[in-house]
Design a protein around this ligand. Structure first.
Ligand code: NIG
Ligand code: FE
Length: 418
């Protein structure tokens, strides 16, 4: 840091992530890709007090002499979909599935998510806090500054509240901004199997109001799919969350088409996630509502799903597309967002620019933190990643563990918040 608490970083390629919210159609031209990431060549970022003060061409008369010079500079990354608070392991499911038993059958037979519910309920606060802290630090070490964490392995009012309090306690101890999401409508709790409507009413009438009163929750999510909740049940929970001022998220159309994505659009949800089974009409509905799509390509590989979310159609329709790990024990057990970004290119055919926007600006918008994270503009956090690559489009070419790849030369840059 220099005198006056000012830091100036000069980058040969500065990826600001600024520019139009809706992307123009992909035409393969470098100019379009440059626009996707808000590329500025040979620019400086001036920081003060932990915030970006100015972005200027390096030869601008007001540009201070740089303290650091790097090849590429971009915002730190944002992880918008995890189930990082859980106890136990799911290696047994993994082996069963690989021997031919489908995910949804294991779930419907009372295993899957429900086995993690049993383990998590039985786990001490100390162990759950410590494992969550370690997982968030693993994201941080990989260049991630914001992580969303969902509940959904408690499935009783008191246990869901216990998990929200644990997430909140850990959030205060880590250098990561944590967004707290209540996913009480994840699996149907075993105690409510024959009277699931009562559980939905408990979420709506008791859990969400108490969580909001205690200041423990930012968003509400529902798993609307075959073997989980119906669209009508999901709508009931989301409408209650909306009335309480929470952001809305939906696990939609992963295992089968149910109409959940259309409902997410109708309710103005921040995102619809998974989307393996969506139709052209659903794509149009998400675009019209400006509901973002979250691609989870690690699930595609972990569950070997035959269907793909139609990522190109989503981008071409003007839907904002984010990419996430979905870190959880059952359907995607990796903390590596850079692997998800790379797979979003190879499995979903995103361009490098679309994938990088999908781990910075779009997830920051989904989580409601885009004024501080995911973009480099005056007023945003001075928290960046630098690389020493031949070109910025090489970032997703490195297939995972980017932070630990010598050829990437990845480093954290910037200033701690003032
Ligand atoms: O996003 N789909 C529902 N929930 C998680 C999986 C959770 C689990 O299997 O434990 C998901 O894939
Ligand atoms: Fe998920």
């Amino acid at each position: 840091m220099t005198a006056g608490d000012r830091l100036t970083i000069r980058a040969r390629q500065l990826l600001t992530m600024e520019g139009p919210a809706r992307l123009p159609p992909a035409d393969g031209a470098p100019a379009r890709e440059a626009g996707v990431v808000g590329l500025r060549e040979d620019a400086v970022v001036v920081c003060r007090g932990g915030l970006v003060e100015a972005v200027l061409p390096a030869d601008h008369p007001d540009a201070p002499a740089p303290d650091r010079e790097v090849e590429q500079l971009m915002p730190t990354w944002v992880e918008c979909h995890t189930h990082a608070l859980f106890g136990g392991a799911r290696h047994v499911d993994f082996a069963l599935r690989n021997a031919g038993r489908p995910y949804v059958e294991i779930l419907e037979a009372g295993g899957g998510i429900l086995s993690t519910v049993a383990h998590t309920r039985a786990e001490s606060a100390e162990v759950l806090e410590e494992t969550l802290r370690e997982r968030l630090m693993a994201f941080h070490a990989r260049g991630v500054d914001v992580v969303e964490v969902k509940t959904g392995y408690g499935l009783s009012v008191e246990e869901e509240l216990r998990h929200l309090r644990l997430i909140d306690a850990v959030a205060r101890r880590v250098p990561v901004r944590v967004i707290r999401t209540c996913l009480a409508a994840h699996a149907v709790p075993p105690e409510f199997r024959e009277r699931r409507g009562e559980w939905v009413e408990a979420i709506v009438g008791e859990l969400l109001p108490r969580a909001v009163r205690e200041g423990l929750v930012d968003q509400v999510d529902v798993f609307c799919d075959r073997g989980a909740y119906t669209v009508a049940e999901g709508r009931r929970v989301l409408e209650a969350g909306r009335a309480l001022g929470l952001g809305l998220r939906v696990h939609a159309e992963e295992l089968a088409w149910t109409g959940a994505a259309r409902m997410a659009a109708e309710l103005g949800a921040a995102s619809a996630d998974h989307l393996e089974h969506i139709t052209g009409e659903d794509v149009a509905a998400l675009a019209a509502a400006d509901t973002a799509a979250v691609l989870l390509p690690l699930v595609t590989t972990f569950l070997d799903l035959p269907e793909r979310a139609p990522a190109r159609a989503l981008v071409e329709a003007g839907v904002r597309v984010a990419v996430s790990t979905d870190y959880n024990p059952g359907s995607a057990c990796s903390l590596d967002l850079s692997l998800a970004a790379s797979l979003a290119c190879s499995l979903h055919r995103l361009t490098p620019g679309e994938a990088l926007r999908g781990v910075t600006r779009v997830p920051a918008e989904v989580l409601g933190v885009a004024s501080a994270f995911g973009v480099i503009r005056p007023g945003a956090r001075a928290s960046f990643l630098s690389f020493s690559l031949p070109d910025w489009t090489a970032v997703p070419w490195l297939q995972g563990e980017l932070a630990f790849r010598p050829e990437a030369g990845m480093r954290r840059e910037g200033q701690a918040a003032g």
